[in-house]
Design a protein around this ligand. Structure first.
Ligand code: GUN
Length: 293
């Protein structure tokens, strides 16, 4: 068997179109376009590429992009003041501080300073807590995008075993919450898991988010499983590869995401969706506040 590819670019394009249509309807009705502030600190080449991509996608879907760029030696107090100003700005719906931040800045303090209703990354403890309580508001973009990809492949989740390989705060853990919300029976593998291969072999849905090139081996995959590879690793020859041994896994899986062109485009697409969601929710809250005045 050779698995069917799940085309992240195509699914992301459908999300872009959904957001673009909704934004166009807003502006046609005289309402403002959603606005996303992207905060970049320093000159990390990978971060610069990611942020540029986010800004370009904003343009494509009609979201107003508000780029902010600070030198690597900005003080934490100054960065927190910039976040405070964006929090207070009624014309800003979403705030994204690109990670990683320089070592002298406490990334957790900065992430938690962003107002929860403008936290379009979905990293704030409020948003993670809402997801854990099955009442999601702004959902972490990559796990949210994985759910969209799985749905595009016809996944039904209920009664299925899912395994997440990797337990990071921003990806692995919220991925577990998303899979449980969708109705799957989810297991998380982490550095203390005794038998990762055995856990993967039982799973109908495998999500790899560990950051180790080709760690998930092809012969671990249950025949007919769906395999989602979140990893993007650069090999010594400069090529990109995922956390899954793609060629071997493809021979056993029914569906599989490529790297690149699988999960990657979905993270930015769901960021656009979250920015629209934040804009609509804030507008609704403002209208309610006016009614109750
Ligand atoms: N760095 C790498 N990916 C991300 C992301 O999705 N959001 C933020 N804020 N920083 C990142």
């Amino acid at each position: 068997m050779s698995a069917q590819l799940i085309d992240g670019k195509a699914v992301a394009a459908a999300v872009h179109e959904r957001v673009r249509t909704a934004v166009a309807a807003r502006t046609a009705a005289g309402r403002r376009a959603p606005a996303l502030a992207t905060v970049l600190v320093g000159a990390d080449p990978a971060s610069e590429i990611y942020v540029r991509n986010k800004r370009l996608t904003c343009e494509k879907v009609g979201v107003r992009s508000v780029p902010m760029h600070f030198a690597a030696d900005i003080g934490e107090t100054e960065l927190l003041a910039a976040v405070d100003a964006l929090n207070a700005d009624e014309d800003i719906d979403g705030i994204l501080v690109q990670l990683p931040l320089p070592a002298h800045i406490d990334a957790i303090r900065v992430t938690e300073r962003i107002r929860a209703d403008k936290d379009v990354d979905g990293f704030h403890p409020y948003n993670i807590g809402r997801l854990a309580q099955r009442l999601p508001v702004l959902r972490p973009c990559t796990p949210y995008g994985v759910i969209e990809l799985l749905k595009s492949a016809g996944e039904t989740f209920k009664g299925k075993r899912a395994v997440v390989v990797g337990a990071s705060n921003h990806v692995g853990r919220p991925m577990m919450l998303e899979l449980m919300l969708a109705g799957a029976t989810a297991t998380c593998c982490h550095r203390f898991t005794a038998d990762v291969a055995g856990e993967v072999a039982r799973a109908d849905i495998v999500v790899a988010a560990v950051g180790k090139p080709r760690m998930v081996q092809g012969d671990w995959i249950k025949p007919g499983a769906t395999v989602i590879d979140i990893g993007i690793n650069r090999l010594p020859d400069g090529k990109l590869c995922g956390d899954v041994d793609f060629d071997a896994a493809r021979e056993r899986a029914a569906f599989i995401t490529p790297v690149p062109g699988g999960v990657g485009p979905m993270t930015v697409a769901m960021l656009m969706q979250n920015t629209l969601t934040a804009c609509v929710a804030r507008e609704g809250a403002a209208a309610e506040a006016t009614r109750n005045r």
